[in-house]
Design a binder for this molecule. Structure first.
Ligand SMILES: [Zn+2]
Length: 350
């Protein structure tokens, strides 16, 4: 079952954090000014949690009493949708030979896009796959293909993703999904926590691979986008609230991307919010985009795609309705495209 909680003060945030480690709660979204915390509570802890929340004066409401039927329904809808899918047209696509005779041009800027670092951010996979589709098969912006080298890592946390599909949403099976936090820091202290920081920085092979890519291409890398869900946000560093020297440029490019997405988004989803991670959402150290920013990637972002379920952000925002899969790809691509065009303008190749 999922419970939604309001955290109106820092004291409450602290109480919630304590409850998290005590009862092994699974936070889907952390409380921040204007954002409710969303937490999945195992049945056996429900009573204890209710008491603790009442005792601490934290208002809450049960948003979904039992998540399982929704997961079953989603699986059913996805299976149906994939059965109906008839394949992809190949007009204008890059040929197999072109893809495989690729030679690196060290003058080109690099853009790195990754998704599913958090295994449960399921809606982010269609976004990165659609980006590949637009760069390889259905090419409408040839300059973005020719003038930029793209690195796209659709499933940054493969075993976490498999576990999240197999074991639904229950945290005890998802020890690897907090990989983002393993980039640098200490927050959570138990392995099932979403904010588990790992045994040490870069202790996991997945984070080491991402670090290797970032380190290898940092001199040419103009933009890094780490796609997450949910909340309709484009965030930049640092997670501590300290701003990078080029924060204004980050904000301008971020607003460009947000407006591009907003212009094609579904009307029931809210407009994107752009800003510093800590100021817009919450303090978070050791994130992947902070690492990229810190080593010298000028435009490093975390995207949070919209939650989609029954047309509004709910505790079920992590679930992906088949009707939103293609839309998530289309609208996120508009943002990525706008970011890429910004990069070309900045490096003078547009
Ligand atoms: Zn995430």
């Amino acid at each position: 079952m999922a419970v939604i909680m309001l955290s109106e003060s820092e004291i409450h945030a602290e109480v919630l954090n304590n409850l998290e480690s005590k009862h092994n709660l699974d936070f889907w979204q952390r409380a921040a000014p204007g954002y409710d915390a969303v937490v999945l509570v195992p049945k056996q802890y429900r009573f204890l949690l209710d008491i603790a929340l009442l005792f601490n004066g934290i208002k809450f409401k049960v948003q979904v009493d039992n998540v399982k039927p929704f997961l079953d329904e989603e699986n059913h809808l996805l299976t149906e949708a994939s059965r109906r899918n008839s394949g992809i047209g190949r007009n204008g696509a890059l040929t197999f030979n072109k893809i495989h005779s690729y030679e690196e041009d060290h003058r080109k800027p690099v853009i790195f896009v990754q998704s599913l670092l958090h295994a449960r951010d399921w809606v982010t996979l269609p976004a990165s796959l659609y980006t590949i589709h637009k760069l390889v098969i259905d090419i409408t912006e040839r300059d973005l293909v020719e003038k930029i080298d793209w690195i796209i890592l659709p499933i940054a946390n493969p075993d976490g993703y498999v576990a999240s599909r197999r074991n639904l949403l229950f945290p005890e099976h998802l020890q690897r999904r907090g990989l983002e936090q393993k980039f640098r820091f200490r927050l959570g202290n138990f392995a099932c926590s979403e904010v588990f920081h790992g045994r040490r920085a870069f202790s996991e092979p997945e984070t080491r691979i991402i670090k290797t890519i970032l380190d290898q291409y940092v001199r040419r890398m103009e933009m890094f986008i780490d796609i997450h869900s949910f909340g309709s946000m484009i965030l930049y560093g640092y997670g501590t609230g300290e701003l990078p020297a080029n924060a204004l440029t980050l904000q301008v490019a971020g607003v460009n991307m947000a407006q591009a997405i907003d212009s094609v988004k579904r009307p029931y989803n809210k407009d994107y919010t752009v800003g510093n991670f800590a100021l817009v959402l919450n303090k978070a150290s050791g994130t992947c985009s902070d690492y990229a920013q810190a080593i010298g990637v000028p435009l490093a972002y975390t995207f949070k795609l919209p939650g989609f379920r029954f047309g509004f952000d709910t505790a079920l925002g992590f679930l992906v309705h088949p009707d939103f899969i293609e839309q998530a790809g289309i609208e996120t691509w508009e943002g990525i495209k706008s970011g890429a065009q910004f990069v070309l303008r900045v490096v003078g190749q547009a």
